[in-house]
Design a protein around this ligand. Structure first.
Ligand SMILES: Nc1nc2c(ncn2[C@@H]2O[C@H](COP(=O)(O)OP(=O)(O)OP(=O)(O)O)[C@@H](O)[C@H]2O)c(=O)[nH]1
Ligand SMILES: [Mg+2]
Ligand SMILES: [Zn+2]
Length: 345
């Protein structure tokens, strides 16, 4: 009881008046040694409770101790998501039921955002500080969704995160259509046959913080289990009638990689709303179409009669023509136009 009281006084009197300071604060008589702030990475979030991997003595967060924590009042409404680096106090909770308290969120190097649909004003941060996005798609069960892949690519470029594409279940159906569509991009593509990831994928994950995204049932957790020894993420079956997954994973979890880096498994997403991205940024996710925009008028929307792509596309192979259709589908998503109207109010 007394130790909890001390925490609260420390929070109110000290933390708030010294914002922005990390570690090594001068000690005062009142402050017990165990309230020194420690740094860690949030690896899981569950209804207001955070699992934080602490940095151990050699500053290696990955293998350090895990503690449960809650947000302290100083954070206000600041969101904390998986991948956040946080400072916390009271982490020496051995032998007590006390939770540690997150007193500060460190600056993020990236924010991966999505909205529920293209007009949803509420942005959700999926993960913080990811350096790489693995977009997972299966060849079948469920069928690939080019729209979701394109949307994830747009979000990755917007967030400054390197995208990679992982095609699973190549034992069930051919990956040719996916290769034809995404092969021409400067996008690393990996294939997983019968749940066995190729060695090059391990290489691509090394020292990166990779967030794994895709529809339910594409095999994200199966992949994470194959990559991280000892990981036992639950996996589910795909409904043979609807071809849909069962949303087996219900929250994100970051797992450390043996060779360095992290992989973050996430729950299956149904859609990837892009209300937060300006439409003129979409073309960045379509670098294969860029040669075609040289003759566009200024501020071309790339979906208008004068767009340079209209003429250029006539000389292109079918797969590139499909890509232009994909871009235009994104640009004219039914909800997009109304989103722009809503924004101007
Ligand atoms: N045939 C085949 N099946 C696979 C492969 N990879 C995964 N699966 C199966 O696909 C099903 C769904 O896998 P999960 O790993 O649970 O999929 P998930 O993407 O994590 O799904 P959510 O957690 O619901 O988002 C399981 O039955 C896996 O065994 C593969 O390469 N080949
Ligand atoms: Mg899963
Ligand atoms: Zn254009």
């Amino acid at each position: 009881m007394t130790s909890r009281k001390v925490h609260e006084r420390w929070d109110e009197d000290d933390v708030r008046i010294r914002p922005g300071r990390t570690k090594s604060r001068p000690r005062t008589k009142e402050r017990p040694a165990h309230t020194e702030a420690e740094t860690g990475m949030v690896v899981a979030v569950d209804r207001g409770r955070f699992t934080v991997a602490l940095s151990s003595a050699d500053d290696e967060i990955a293998m350090g101790q895990r503690v449960f924590a809650i947000k302290s009042r100083e954070l206000g409404r600041k969101g904390i998501v998986v991948g956040d680096l946080v400072d916390l106090i009271g982490s020496d909770t051995s032998g007590t039921d006390d939770l540690a308290r997150i007193v500060r969120r460190q600056e993020r190097t990236s924010n991966l955002r999505r909205t529920a649909d293209d007009i949803d004003p509420v942005e959700r941060i999926i993960v913080a500080n990811a350096t790489q996005m693995a977009i997972v798609t299966s060849t079948a069960d469920p069928e690939p969704s080019f729209g979701l892949i394109d949307r994830a690519l747009v979000a990755a470029f917007d967030a400054g995160i390197q995208p990679i594409l992982i095609i699973t279940k190549t034992d069930l159906a051919s990956a040719d259509a996916l290769h034809a569509m995404y092969g021409p991009l400067d996008l690393p593509v990996f294939t997983v046959t019968s749940r066995i990831p190729p060695p090059e994928l391990h290489e691509a994950l090394r020292d990166e913080i990779t967030v794994v995204l895709g529809h339910s049932g594409v095999g994200k957790s199966t992949l994470v289990n194959a990559i991280v020894p000892g990981s036992v993420r639950s996996t589910g079956h795909v409904n043979s009638v609807t071809g849909k997954g069962r949303h087996t994973s219900t929250s994100a979890l970051a797992l450390p990689l043996v060779d360095g880096g992290w992989i973050i498994d996430t729950p299956g997403i149904r859609s990837f709303g892009l209300a937060h991205v300006d439409a003129d940024q979409f073309i960045r996710a379509f670098p294969d179409l860029e040669p075609g925009i040289a003759n566009c008028p200024r501020a071309c929307s790339h979906d208008e009669p004068d767009c340079g792509l209209n003429e250029w596309i006539q000389q292109q192979p079918a797969n590139v023509q499909d890509r232009l259709l994909s871009l235009r589908r994104l640009l004219t998503a039914p909800t997009r136009a109304s989103a722009e109207v809503a924004d101007s109010y």
